[in-house]
Design a protein. Structure first.
Length: 551
């Protein structure tokens, strides 16, 4: 903020940005009359935040479409001015969120690419790009999570936590410490949300325990914000409600909702409250209440597709139970229409608190038609769609069964490999004629894996490296053995365990994780295999090690 001349006005604008929109826009207009070109542009950028809170996304696109070219021309005049550099990056970030919330993922990702290229092209030695680069990686994780690539998202976010914690000691002033706290809260909240999604997809409750811990960490960081966000407690309570619903503890979730603190600002919070209540009452079989709160949610004309699909599905189900089949059919058709629209926009019904899938919706729609068979409803196109969806559902179930078999096989393989490692002596030194360029390429990749902790990903293997480098595993194994005295498996098992030990030693948050949760942090799908590896390298089980840290 010290970069801008109208410091007092800017301070007041920031003071009101999360508490009072009327005061915010008042100071924004004042800033826009500044004699400084950069201050005026900063006022335009702040105005996009005002419209973002109101969900007026088209207005933001138009505003930034005119403002960014002005930033570019002014930057050409004074390329070393940090003001213009930061304004450009922040404006691209705002566009990312606008496109992302509109379900336009291709355009959202394009903003990330532009921001990344712009950051990498800056040569200003006073420009600290750490937090800006962190933002870009966070945004990539969000995109992956929205497109049902939650484990990839989780891997990115965990690396960011590690990077952020390493930066903590460099926070030598209040502004840097505030940036650290805000990023920690953001990343932990994203990790919590990702864990909830994975838990529902894999029906694994240990991820919900991890989610609760991440949300608590985010809340702890947010409590230290200066100025404090007025709805910190409320936002945390929403996260807790999310976990309770995922655990199917609907009555406890309702109790928490009914004791939410007073809402300080934002219709979006009211929307969330009604949304959660609709889900809870649906599952508690209280149709009237579920319908009532669903209708309240629909009063917002700019709902995300994911929420819209959930609410339409709740309404169609509840109207069936009340034998109001015309209404049930109407909302069932709307649900299918939104699914189709979501596919077009690549927004695949993500992060739902209620597990509704296309197969359920189709079956419900079909049952409504059966009950209404005496009415003149055209069914041919619907039946065709149902057949396509049923066939897709069969494929999904078959994949799920294969995945279960694969996980079991992985457990057997991991156990077998561990037994082989015990018998294994030094890796055999086999000679191959490998071009120097390829060997260097493999070594660079292995170094990058160590630096970026890529070995903690669940799909990490010698095969994944070979695929990334477009070579074969024999060459990778040869180069690895040439430069190491242990096998590939031994080396990266040790790396994983060391990584977990560092997490436990340096961040008390991880001491609250279950053994299964810790195992998944470093790519193990099986807690028993992880425990055996941990005990082999550390001498005690993970539980015993955590207990020793607490004592």
């Amino acid at each position: 903020m010290e970069l801008y001349k109208e410091k007092d006005l800017i301070y007041k604008a920031f003071k009101f940005k999360d508490t009072n929109l009327d005061s915010l826009i008042y100071y924004i207009k004042k800033i826009q009359t500044s004699t400084s070109k950069c201050d005026r542009l900063f006022g335009k950028y702040l105005e996009t935040y005002y419209f973002y809170k109101l969900k007026k996304y088209d207005t933001i696109k138009n505003l930034l479409g005119k403002t960014i070219p002005n930033m570019d021309s002014l930057y050409k005049e004074t390329p070393n001015d940090l003001c213009y550099i930061k304004l450009k990056i922040n404006s691209l970030n705002r566009l990312f969120w606008v496109y992302k919330n509109s379900g336009e993922y291709e355009m959202a990702y394009e903003q990330l690419i532009k921001a990344s290229r712009f950051i990498n092209s800056r040569n200003n030695e006073n420009f600290e790009n750490f937090y800006y680069s962190l933002n870009i990686e966070m945004s990539k994780a969000i995109i992956k999570s929205d497109l049902k690539m939650e484990k990839d998202s989780k891997t990115i976010l965990k690396k960011l936590i590690t990077k952020l914690e390493s930066k903590k000691n460099d926070t030598n002033n209040s502004f840097q410490y505030e940036s650290y706290l805000r990023k920690k809260a953001d990343i932990c909240n994203l990790l919590g949300k990702t864990c909830v999604s994975i838990s529902k997809r894999e029906n694994n409750l240990s991820f919900l325990d991890s989610a609760a811990i991440y949300y608590k960490e985010a809340y702890t960081a947010a409590q230290k914000f200066i100025p404090p966000h007025p709805d910190t407690q409320l936002i945390y309570d929403y996260r807790r409600t999310e976990v309770l619903i995922a655990k199917k503890k609907y009555e406890k979730a309702l109790q928490l909702i009914n004791h939410f603190p007073k809402i300080n600002y934002g219709t979006s919070y009211l929307e969330e409250t009604n949304f959660y209540k609709a889900i809870c009452f649906q599952n508690l079989k209280q149709a009237d209440s579920a319908i009532h709160y669903s209708k309240k949610v629909l009063e917002n004309k700019k709902l995300q597709k994911s929420k819209l699909i959930t609410i339409y599905d709740i309404l169609s189900n509840q109207y069936v139970k009340q034998r109001q089949l015309d209404s049930a059919y109407k909302y069932s058709q709307l649900t299918l229409r939104e699914f189709d629209t979501a596919r077009v926009h690549k927004q695949k019904t993500y992060q739902l608190l209620y597990d509704n899938d296309l197969e359920k919706v189709t079956q419900l729609n079909h049952s409504i038609l059966e009950k209404e068979k005496n009415k003149n409803i055209k069914t041919i196109s619907f039946i065709t769609l149902a057949l396509v969806i049923i066939s897709s559902a069969f494929v999904v179930k078959r994949r799920k069964y294969k995945k279960q078999l694969s996980e079991k096989a992985n457990e057997i393989i991991e156990t077998t490999q561990e037994q082989e490692i015990v018998k294994e002596e030094k890796p055999q030194k086999v000679t191959y004629n490998i071009e120097e360029e390829l060997e260097l390429k493999i070594l660079n990749k292995l170094n990058k894996i160590d630096l970026d902790h890529e070995y903690i990903a669940s799909d990490f293997s010698i095969n994944s490296i070979a695929e990334a480098l477009q070579t074969n595993t024999t060459y990778i194994s040869f180069v690895f053995n040439k430069h190491n005295t242990v096998t590939f498996k031994q080396y990266y098992t040790q790396k994983k365990i060391t990584y977990v030990v560092n997490l436990l030693n340096n961040n008390s948050m991880y001491r609250k994780f279950s053994v299964q949760g810790l195992a998944e942090e470093v790519g193990y799908t099986n807690a028993s295999a992880f425990t055996r590896a941990f005990k082999k390298h550390i001498g005690v089980t993970p539980s015993a090690y955590i207990k020793s840290l607490k004592s």
